[in-house]
Design a protein around this ligand. Structure first.
Ligand SMILES: [Zn+2]
Length: 247
């Protein structure tokens, strides 16, 4: 294929921009904030689960405490009733008197046991409430960290988008000046060879595959017409001669 030397140089400019665009796309995909957000999301999900479980535990303990308190109340009121009967002197039979006194004694001991249960439940409830407060704080901190990371991610992404837009604009201007067949060949090779379709020949070396050309190849290139489109023997990319080619 034939191509004006100026158009060949334009291809190098296009390649530079395309490589830059590929780098920007890579940077956008691999922003550190993306991994950070994933890590934070996992932590937040885990914390939300723990908060929900602790809330359930706390409401179970509330119910347990109310039940234990009502048990105490029941025993206490029965023992009060017995005591009143005793104090009022309503009981005259010694056998009944003994039964009542023994019942009061056993109710008091039962009440004391139930009061211990209330205390124990209250302690467990307090521990759970403290843990819930800690978990809620940890969750709020993680959510705040997520928001900050999201803000950083979004501003970095915007910056990349702006840079991309300016490169794309330049690219469009340059591409418009390159003949269609040359542009099509470049695009095909670029897609085929890892994003690089054209390279400069620099001091006898192809900048696409970084290999030095043989003396024979260099000799052929030295005598080739300036508008002849050269290809690297090694990597098959378009090879462009510049003032630094060492020919
Ligand atoms: Zn090469």
């Amino acid at each position: 294929m034939k191509a004006e030397p100026a158009d060949q140089i334009r291809l190098l400019d296009l390649q530079e921009i395309d490589s830059k665009l590929a780098q920007l796309a890579y940077r956008a995909r691999t922003l550190p904030e993306i991994a950070e957000l994933q890590r934070l999301d996992t932590g937040i999900e885990e914390l939300r689960g723990k908060v929900a479980a602790t809330e359930t535990e706390l409401s179970d303990l509330d119910r347990e405490q109310r039940k234990a308190e009502s048990d105490v109340e029941q025993v206490r009121s029965r023992s009060d009733r017995d005591s009143k009967r005793l104090d009022a002197g309503q009981v005259s039979s010694p056998k009944e008197l003994e039964r009542l006194q023994s019942e009061i004694a056993s109710l008091r001991s039962r009440q004391s046991e139930l009061e211990d249960i209330v205390l124990e439940v209250m302690e467990r409830r307090e521990t759970a409430a403290e843990r819930l407060a800690e978990l809620r704080k940890e969750l709020a901190d993680s959510e705040a960290a997520r928001e900050a990371a999201e803000e950083r991610r979004s501003s970095a992404a915007l910056e990349i988008k702006d840079e991309e837009a300016s490169y794309k604009e330049r690219r469009e201007r340059i591409a418009a000046e390159v003949p269609d067949d040359l542009l099509a060949l470049y695009t095909k090779l670029r897609d085929q060879y890892d994003g690089v379709g054209v390279a400069a020949l620099q001091y006898g070396r192809c900048q696409g595959c970084k290999l030095a050309l043989s003396t024979a190849e260099l000799g052929q290139m030295r005598t080739a017409a300036p508008d002849e489109l050269l290809r690297c023997e090694e990597c098959r990319r378009i090879l462009v001669r510049t003032s630094e080619s060492g020919l």
